[in-house]
Design a protein around this ligand. Structure first.
Ligand code: C2E
Ligand code: MG
Ligand code: MG
Length: 447
């Protein structure tokens, strides 16, 4: 049995992750609220003065603020951040150009906020491709430069009066300085957390605290035909941590690359050890591969090296990929998959049905196996809809000539029903939880 798993609440890496997410959420809500309130306030102000066009622009910005709040609440953080930035940039440009343009007596100050926004963009979009990230910063700085260099002209008839701007100038400057410092401080603490996380993961790897657990995969008679290698972090104080508690951090820090390489090598070494035992010689082993790993230019070589070093037969190794791996750069992924397939490595489409699974992946790419996600197998006994989906997926596998394995089997009636539908491969707590290698070997000896 799998050793008791430490709850995620006390775990600092997880807590840091949640803190970061909460901070991003709060920042977005605050931005959305500011946009909504400023837009609404100024919208009403200009509507009362009869400047309808300006009022409409202000109200559109207020609406955009509402959209940011809604998207943040729906956890569409990335999209919300982009809308917030676009909205704020539009608001500031509008102010700088028309409402707060420099006059002969009072200089405009609204454009200074564009500098703060550029600093924000540099930090918030740090995980985006460089073109987007630096493009956003560049566009904001360019807008700043244009407004800073614009000579004094005749103010628009609806511009804010100099009496108001005379006070506003100091409010604006103080706000710019304060928000610059706040953004800088937030960025600093984020970077510090990131570094600490990376250090913790690196120490765990060098101190051999990562370990592979093995969960049995069985055939229709319940005989073990293989296993899935599942990563665990064994910590003296916190107990055994599951991937849900550190994998996202590993992805974000890029640590998944050395860690993934370690997993691959450890899995191949294990296959070699099983090969020496006649009772375990025919076992297959599945290894999970993350999107970042597959994106490495030398990934195919890494797999080939790991197999050669351990001296194993490629047909024993299965690499599990999820659709998220494929959506990013389909061409690149497809090329590598074909090379792996040519080497004899089996490829499995993990969590099928959980995301935006596309049938074309299965048809066009050299998958040897599809794993039906737990969300379907969980409900099949009570839910006719789920049962008809699994039946169709099994039929699909048969038509395409690929194996279908059902994940998350916990009860006899799920096993029975899927068996009736023609399923021949299963994995789930009913046949065994992920266990350490000694427990798995004992289990095989007993089988
Ligand atoms: P996955 O590849 O879909 O693995 C199956 C997960 O479902 C495992 O969670 C397993 O413990 C759990 N599971 C299996 N049978 C049952 C069942 O009957 N009921 C329930 N409720 N759960 C079941 P685990 O070990 O926490 O792993 C979670 C995910 O982390 C994996 O999902 C995989 O995507 C990822 N992962 C695990 N090891 C690695 C690794 O070495 N590298 C990479 N890149 N990802 C990994
Ligand atoms: Mg998997
Ligand atoms: Mg899965």
């Amino acid at each position: 049995m799998e050793a008791p798993v430490h709850g995620s609440t006390g775990y600092w890496a997880d807590a840091a992750e949640r803190r970061r997410r909460r901070r991003a959420f709060n920042l977005l809500m605050a931005t959305g609220l500011i946009m909504a309130m400023l837009g609404l306030g100024w919208g009403v102000f200009f509507a009362l003065r009869g400047a309808w066009a300006v009022a409409a622009v202000e109200l559109a910005i207020a609406l955009l603020g509402g959209v940011v709040i809604l998207m943040a609440r729906l956890r569409r953080t990335r999209a919300a951040a982009w809308v917030a930035f676009a909205g704020m940039a539009a608001l500031l440009c509008f102010f700088s150009a028309f409402l707060d343009a420099s006059t002969t007596t009072i200089p405009g100050t609204s454009h200074l906020f564009l500098l703060v926004l550029a600093l924000c963009a540099h930090h918030v979009f740090r995980a985006e491709p460089p073109g987007l990230r630096y493009g956003a910063v560049f566009a904001l700085l360019l807008a700043f430069a244009v407004f800073a260099a614009t000579p004094v002209g005749t103010p628009a008839p609806f511009a804010i009066s100099d009496d108001v701007r005379r006070i506003g100038i100091w409010v604006n400057l103080a706000t710019v300085v304060a928000s610059f410092l706040v953004v800088m401080r937030l960025a600093e603490s984020d970077i510090a957390e990131h570094r600490a996380l990376h250090r913790a993961l690196r120490d765990a790897l060098s101190q051999r605290r990562f370990e592979l657990f093995y969960q049995p995969q069985v055939d229709g008679e319940g005989h073990i035909v293989g296993a899935e290698a599942l990563l665990r972090w064994r910590d003296a104080r916190r107990g055994i941590l599951r991937p849900g508690e550190f994998m996202q951090a590993a992805e974000e820090t890029g640590f998944i690359l050395p860690l993934g390489q370690w997993v691959l090598q450890a899995a191949c070494t294990q296959l070699r050890a099983w090969h020496a035992d006649p009772a375990m010689r025919s076992l297959r082993l599945s290894v999970n591969i993350s999107a970042l790993q597959l994106r490495q230019p030398d990934f195919v070589q890494q797999v080939s090296d790991a197999m050669a070093r351990a001296g194993i037969d490629a047909g024993r190794l299965t690499l599990e990929l999820t659709e998220s791996v494929l959506v990013h750069d389909m061409e690149d992924a497809a090329g590598k998959m074909r090379a792996l397939h040519a080497m004899g490595v089996r490829l499995s489409l993990d969590d099928f049905g959980a995301g935006h699974s596309s049938l074309s992946y299965l048809r066009e790419l050299p998958f040897a196996e599809m794993k039906i996600d737990r969300t379907f197998t969980r409900g099949i006994v009570r839910d006719a809809h789920a049962a008809s989906i699994t039946r169709n997926l099994l039929q699909l596998g048969q038509d395409l000539g690929i194996d279908v394995i059902a994940e998350g089997i916990e009860q006899q009636d799920q096993f029975g029903l899927l068996g009736e539908q023609g399923c021949r491969l299963f994995q789930g707590y009913m046949f065994g939880r992920p266990m350490d290698v000694d427990a798995f070997n004992r289990r095989m000896g007993a089988a």
